[in-house]
Ligand binder design. Structure first.
Ligand code: ADE
Ligand code: ZN
Length: 349
């Protein structure tokens, strides 16, 4: 496989066509304005915006919190099991179109249970979509329950209690929402309990928060994967550790620009992370809000960063499989398929 022989002009098509996994997608962040309006109408909810265009025009964020305010308001239209199913089913079809073959999907139950929506309504709707994707789209998917870090640890424990009767419908837990002022240690006990229960563990860290939060997510929460993590480059020891321990970062380039983590894509550090040997992946985070699904994240990032070529395309797709929470045998099958795809590309196919 001679990746250097692949012309740069063919890269965009390769990025779109290559098989890949998505490991950092908040399902509530896939809710398109059109769907928000349709659900609001059928559920008798009045929105603060008069039209789809007016809502979309409000998507001008200055930081993470300015986004979260609109994101939580948008999620307020979700009421019935059918709403959760339809949201997830729309995303899964969109992922299939991007040649995603596996996704690990975050959901924020506290956003819904706090409004009186039963936990069962949320997870049963999402899980039905995941099952249907497996059967009808041949797409592998699983769910990861995220605790909202701006709420208390007691609230997270209560959510875990509500979730345990549905233990077979999700594979792990994560930690999201406003990072500043809500450090990993706030959730050490509930993550410890989840670990005892055999759940897989991930956490957002080093998006807006400092590199220290990444270290603490690893040491105090025992996170197996770090969501975002881009601020690790501020600590060379941490970068060396991430590379040596093969700890994956689920990086979301379009999100990082929309939330002003980087001023523009041309300043993004994904190329430097890969060059440092970090197991970085590309993901969409909240695609309905940040201007693109997974393939747009790939193509826009490669357009903006000349240091990214066919070798990095292969590496990012391979990393997405390696970092996923599927059995090793499944990873091996998917990586063999990826190798065959790139061998074909480099042979001029
Ligand atoms: N919830 C949805 N998207 C998020 C992000 N990028 N960071 C933290 N919490 C989130
Ligand atoms: Zn996220």
């Amino acid at each position: 496989m001679n990746l250097e022989s692949i012309p740069r002009g063919e890269l965009a098509a390769i990025l779109r066509r290559m098989p890949k996994a998505e490991l950092h997608i908040h399902i509530e962040g896939s809710l398109e304005p059109e769907l928000i309006f349709r659900m609001a109408q059928r559920n008798g909810i009045e929105l603060a915006y008069p039209s789809v265009e007016a809502l979309r025009a409000a998507y001008a964020f200055t930081d993470l919190q300015s986004f979260l305010d609109i994101y939580y308001a948008g999620a307020g239209v979700l009421r019935t099991e059918e709403d959760f199913f339809e949201m997830a089913w729309s995303y899964l079809n969109r992922a299939k179109a991007d040649n995603v073959i596996h996704c690990e999907i975050f959901f924020d139950p506290q956003t819904h249970t706090a409004r009186g929506v039963p936990f069962a309504t949320v997870i049963n709707g999402l899980h039905r979509a995941v099952e249907r994707a497996r059967e009808e789209l041949g797409l592998s998917a699983s769910l990861i329950l995220c605790f909202l870090r701006h709420l208390s640890e007691a609230d997270a424990f209560a959510t875990l209690e509500q979730a345990l009767p549905f233990r077979d419908k999700f594979i792990g837990v994560g930690l999201d929402s406003g990072e500043r002022g809500n450090p990993p240690e706030k959730f050490a006990a509930v993550f410890g309990r989840c670990r005892e229960l055999g759940l897989r563990l991930v956490a957002h860290a080093g998006e807006e928060g400092p590199a220290r939060y990444i270290r603490d997510a690893l040491d105090l929460l025992k996170a197996e994967r770090i969501d975002h993590g881009v601020r690790c480059l501020e600590d060379p020891h941490l970068v060396a550790r991430l590379a040596a321990e093969r700890i994956a970062l689920t990086v979301c380039p379009l999100s990082n620009v929309k939330l002003a983590v980087f001023p523009e894509l041309g300043h993004h550090n994904i190329g430097r992370l890969l060059a440092a040997g970090v197991l970085a992946t590309i993901n969409s985070d909240d695609p309905a809000y940040f201007g693109g699904y997974l393939n747009e994240n790939f193509t826009a990032t490669f357009d903006a960063l000349p240091e990214l070529g066919a070798r990095e395309a292969y590496l990012l797709a391979r990393n997405s499989f390696e970092a996923s929470f599927v059995p090793d045998e499944t990873k091996a099958v998917w990586i063999a398929g990826l190798d065959a795809f790139f061998a074909d590309c480099s042979a001029g196919g």
